[in-house]
Design a protein around this ligand. Sequence first.
Ligand code: NDP
Length: 328
Amino acid sequence: MTFKALLATKAGDAISANVVDFDENDLMPGDVTVAVEYSTVNYKDGMALTGFAPIIQTFPIIAGVDFSGIVETSTYPGLNAGDRVVANSWGLSQTHHGGYAQKARVSGDWLVKLPDNISTKDAMALGTAGYTAMLCVLALEHGGVTPDKGDILVTGANGGVGSVAIALLSGLGYRVVASTGRPQEADYLRELGAAEIIDRKVLSEPAKGPIGSERWAGVVDSVGSHTLVNALAQTKYRGVVAACGLAQGLDLPGTVLPFILRNVTLAGIDSVNAPQAVRLEAWKRLSTDLDFAKLARTVSTVGLADVAALAPKILKGEIQGRTVVDVN
Ligand code: NDP
C-alpha cells in the first residue's frame, strides 16, 4: 500500500523535497494511523524545507509540521476510527514523518480531537500559526489584559500568526493596531478587524532610547529583534507582550527597563511542546471565539507539489495569511 508524500532528502548541505509514492510499512511507529486530509505551510515549514534552520533532524523525512484528518485505526484510548483529529508540531518534520502526506502514523498523545464546528480544512487554515495566535491571546488574558485596558499591537500582521491574532482579538472586543511592511494590504487587515495600520519600519529600526511613551496594553509579536524591543519599550504599565516569533531576527537588543519600571510581562509562547491541556484549551477557544468567515478570507489552497516552491517565499514574508495544502 503506497500513498503520496512530500519527502525531504539531503545531499551535502542541499535539501530537496519531492512528491513520491511512499510505502505505508515505512511509516514510523505510532498507535494511531490517520487518513490525512489537509496540511498547511507555516514559517517553520519554510525553515525546514530550505534548511534555513536545522528543523529536520532525520533524513529522509516526510515534511510538514501539521496535519488534520480522520482516524483510520487506533489502539490509543479515547481515539477511534472515524474521529476527526489535528496534530500540530511535536516531532513532526523534525524526527517523525509529518503532514505533507496522505497518511500519518503518530502517538495518540500528539492528536487533538477537533471541536464539532471546526472542519479538517479550517483546522489547517489555522494550523500551528493559528493555534499559536490563540496561545498568544490566552497569554494576554492570563496577564489580565482586557479590552478596556487599551490598544493591542499585532506585528507581522499579514502573516499567519498575525492575521489570525487580529481576527481573534477584534472578535473579543480589543482595539487592534496592525504593524506591517505591506501597507498596500490595509484593506485586508481592516477586514480582519484591525482598527489602525502602522508601518513596521516605526518598530523595526533600533530603539531611540531604552523606554518610550506608553502605547500598548498588550502585544502579539511574531517578529522579534528590534520590533520586540520597541514594542516592550512602548508597553503600558503592567502590560503583557506575547513573543512567539523571529521573522525579523532572533536577537533581543534591549534593556530591562520595561520590566523594572513598568512591570511589563514578556510572555514566551511555545506551540511545539505545549502540554495537551493547553492545546485542548486553545482549540476549544478557537472554536468559540473565531469568526470562521474571516479566517476563510486569509486562506489560499495548494497541492502537495506546490509546497516546495512556497518554502522560500514564506521566509521572505511574501505569503499573505494562511496556505492550506490539500494532500489528496
Ligand atoms: P509568516 O511568514 O506567515 O508571517 C511573518 C510576518 O512577519 C510576515 O508576513 C511579515 O508581515 C512579517 N515580517 C517578515 N519579515 C520581517 C522582517 N524582516 N521585519 C519585520 N517583519 C517581518 O509566518 P507565521 O505567521 O507562520 O510565523 C510568524 C513567526 O512566528 C515566525 O518567526 C515563526 O517561526 C513563529 N512561530 C512560532 C511558533 C512558536 O511556537 N513559538 C509557532 C508558529 C510560528 P508583514 O508583511 O505584515 O510585515
